[in-house]
Write a protein that binds this ligand. Sequence first.
Ligand SMILES: Cc1cc2nc3c(=O)[nH]c(=O)nc-3n(C[C@H](O)[C@H](O)[C@H](O)COP(=O)(O)O)c2cc1C
Ligand SMILES: C=C(O[C@@H]1CC(C(=O)O)=C[C@@H](OP(=O)(O)O)[C@H]1O)C(=O)O
Length: 382
Amino acid sequence: MRYLTAGESHGPQLTAIIEGLPSQLPLGKPDLDPWLRRRQGGYGRGRRMVIETDEAQILSGVRAGRTTGAPVTLVIENRDHRNWVEIMSPEPGGEPRKKALTDARPGHADLTGGIKYRHKDLRDVLERASARETAARVAVGAVALKLLGELGVEGANYVASLGGIETRQPFSWDALEAIEASDLRTPDEDAAARMRERIDGAKRDGDTLGGILEVRFRGLPVGLGSHVHWDRKLDGRIAQACLSVQAMKGVEIGRAFENATRPGSGVHDPIYYREGTYARDSNGAGGLEAGMTNGEELVVRVAMKPIATLMKPLPTVNVVSHEPSDAARERSDTTAVPAAGVILQCVIGWVLADAMLEKFGGDTLPELQERVTAARAYARGY
Ligand SMILES: Cc1cc2nc3c(=O)[nH]c(=O)nc-3n(C[C@H](O)[C@H](O)[C@H](O)COP(=O)(O)O)c2cc1C
Ligand SMILES: C=C(O[C@@H]1CC(C(=O)O)=C[C@@H](OP(=O)(O)O)[C@H]1O)C(=O)O
């Protein structure tokens, strides 16, 4: 499977095309829109999220609620575009340059993108660098999650820490409802209260916050990915997908950084054979060994940097005058850590769905389901 996204933050719409989906997958707006809504949520987001009410239109590849096997086109409107029509106009003319952005923001694509693509209006860079693009990736990921669901695979995401405040409760699948109900996507209400206070404080100070997200998947069959070649290793593919999300700067499988401080006896997971099948009592590996799923829960943790646009701006340089100046300030999020968990579940879901199709093939969902069922039975009895 593959997909492309197109669209600017303040252009008319975001577009995604997915190619390679099997036919007969039940698919409709109710599978996509809740994910788009989740991505928009979270305490600490800025005013843009009040303007947008994201929903996906399905423009091809689906008839009567099922995929046909043809490319699927998804479109998400940018409601804010109506306020940017002149500025975003593709027509030549002076008007679009009216609000040229020339004070490069540290931590953004502005300066490097300006040099690389030879733009002096840094809006030509920021419009595509913006994390608005993640709405398209969430719509695509929601399709992947739907496919995984049909194959018995379930995912979850939560905020493991925000601004240095940790969720203390260990993750549990029983806590999913509490995570969904929380504007900080944590089941730990005490931590959430302290996170809210910290976000309010950062906002007052013109500052921003980052955090750590944890994404889990259970029900994965043994052997997605492969140990035989670097670009087929699933851990590498997952890390690439995570780091490709705006502001994500670190990835670990399981508790990799903590494991690095321990002896091997306290990290690796002994293998047992019980009741006619293989079993482990621990999951230090986070569900992946040698680039392959091992049948245990997949655990991925990702570090998000603090938002780069500060209302108390950092020193920078004007790229036209070369004079010192303050970094450009645009309406901005104080933190987007809760939204990031949703995005990460979607992009990891894509990698997993793609790996499923790679291993099991199948032009249709029923073929895929039969093969996954057979592979599970084989692994149990191996
Ligand atoms: C959901 C989400 C929302 C974001 N919102 C903002 C924002 O409001 N302001 C901002 O400066 N950066 C925001 N970012 C981060 C920037 O897009 C990102 O830091 C920037 O494009 C530079 O890329 P890099 O951090 O991946 O190097 C957001 C990121 C995500 C994932
Ligand atoms: C629009 C979204 O996030 C945007 C991501 C973003 C950035 O620089 O990445 C900057 C802000 O955009 P604006 O300047 O229009 O307020 C965020 O709101 C979104 O998540 O849908």
